[in-house]
Write a protein that binds this ligand. Structure first.
Ligand code: SAH
Ligand code: SF4
Length: 379
């Protein structure tokens, strides 16, 4: 079974290559793509315009299989969250956020995350592994099927519930570049999901070299998680900043804009009470982003157990937003969606078999720090 190639993870070139290997013409790849992604079909026997012997040989070599659903929850506001089993004790989360004019799916790219931002529940769990492209696309495939079920007419018209995809679930997409790129190509492909570049957003904590590669390979909308106006604070909140400091990140954003489908970068900024939410921080931000056309998306911190952090009070959030807006920057405060089912930003935890042994390392580091204090006192 494990030798079967999962066709969910093959983009147009990958599928054409496979079809060639199997002695099939290139248009077979396009037919397959339409069956799989547009009609949500997984049973090769049902793909009625494929020759019978091709269908049989596909069944022997390939499969179309999404991870099993461990749980499926709906929030009061219509947000849906699925927990998907990706094997070996690992599970990932996918969230669908319905709005009047669109349906946004928030997908995961890794089991856990190695960046370890101070305020993020996924980061706190450590890192297990990258997802394959088929596991990223399976989230979209599954959501469309789950949400479109019971409406064959709508499906036949090619209408799909997921109109926008944001790479803002578990993981850092630009630390899983290959699979993210393949998934993006499938999302944009007219024979698959046919989404425009503006409707697909990659969110990154700032992996500078990979921002440049994305610009060259497949420039979709870009969101950058900023969270602090200076390196000293950002080093604490987003440890990756020690490798790629703010000046480099801002320069990468400017380069990205040369090819981006939108003429701005979205900066995400989680507001943490007493940490990064003072008027001074807002004014420093204005100086930092002076040369980067941008919008700001302020995210009230979503708490999780033992975070030790608090959400900024509403009046502080309003004031912070006002300072940015008064300087002419379009600023929105993200409405918290699905928090009654822990589906809000930063609350996605899934199940992570931590292979970085983060928790153990942290405990040792705390122990060492306490030891050092003890030593100093003894002197
Ligand atoms: N790794 C990528 C994408 C996933 S995180 C990134 O960091 O950009 C998606 C967004 O959720 C990021 O902007 C992140 O900073 C934010 N986020 C993480 N934890 C949060 C929390 N507890 N409350 C609110 N937003 C959070
Ligand atoms: Fe990883 Fe993003 Fe969470 Fe930071 S905020 S730990 S980069 S998922």
């Amino acid at each position: 079974m494990n030798d079967l190639v999962d066709l969910l993870g093959l983009d147009a070139d990958g599928l054409a290559q496979r079809c060639a290997d199997w002695g099939q013409k290139p248009f077979r790849a396009r037919q397959l793509m339409r069956w799989i992604h547009q009609r949500g079909e997984h049973d090769f026997e049902a793909m009625s315009d494929l020759a019978k012997d091709f269908r049989a040989s596909l069944a022997a070599r390939a499969r179309v299989a999404a991870p099993a659903v461990v749980s499926d929850r709906a929030a009061a506001d219509g947000t849906r969250k699925w927990l998907l089993d990706v094997g070996a004790g690992n599970a990932i989360e996918t969230v669908f956020i319905p709005e009047v004019d669109r349906g946004t799916l928030c997908v995961s790219t890794q089991v856990g995350c190695a960046v370890n931002c101070l305020f993020c529940s996924t980061g706190k769990q450590g890192f297990s592994r990258n997802l394959d492209a088929h596991e990223i696309i399976a989230q979209v495939w599954h959501a469309n099927r789950a949400l479109g079920a019971g409406d064959p007419a709508r499906r036949a018209r090619g209408e799909r519930p997921v109109t926008n995809v944001v790479f803002m679930g578990m993981g850092e997409p630009l630390q899983n570049y290959g699979a993210t790129l393949t998934a993006l190509r499938i999302l944009l492909d007219d024979h698959a999901y046919g989404l425009s570049r503006r409707r697909v957003t990659v969110s990154t904590s700032g992996v500078v070299p990979m921002i440049d590669r994305l610009r060259d390979d497949c420039p979709v909308a870009l969101a950058v998680s900023l969270h602090a106006p200076d390196d000293a604070l950002r080093d604490q909140l987003v440890p990756l900043n020690r490798k790629y400091p703010l000046a480099e990140l801002m320069a990468a954003c400017r380069r990205y804009l040369e090819r981006a489908p939108r003429d701005f970068i979205t900066f995400e900024y989680v507001l943490l009470d007493g940490v990064n939410d003072a008027d001074l921080h807002a004014r420093q931000l204005l100086a930092l982003v002076r040369e980067v056309p941008c919008k700001f998306n302020l995210i009230p911190f979503n708490p999780f157990p033992n975070s030790g952090l608090r959400r900024s009070p509403p009046e502080r959030i309003r004031r912070f937003a006002q300072i940015l807006a008064d300087a002419g920057i379009v600023t929105t405060v993200r409405r918290t969606r699905g928090d009654d089912i822990d589906a809000a930003c930063g609350q996605l935890a899934g199940e992570v078999r931590d292979r970085t042994r983060l928790a153990a390392r942290r405990a040792r580091a705390t122990g060492a720090a306490m030891g050092a204090v003890g030593l100093a006192e003894a002197r």
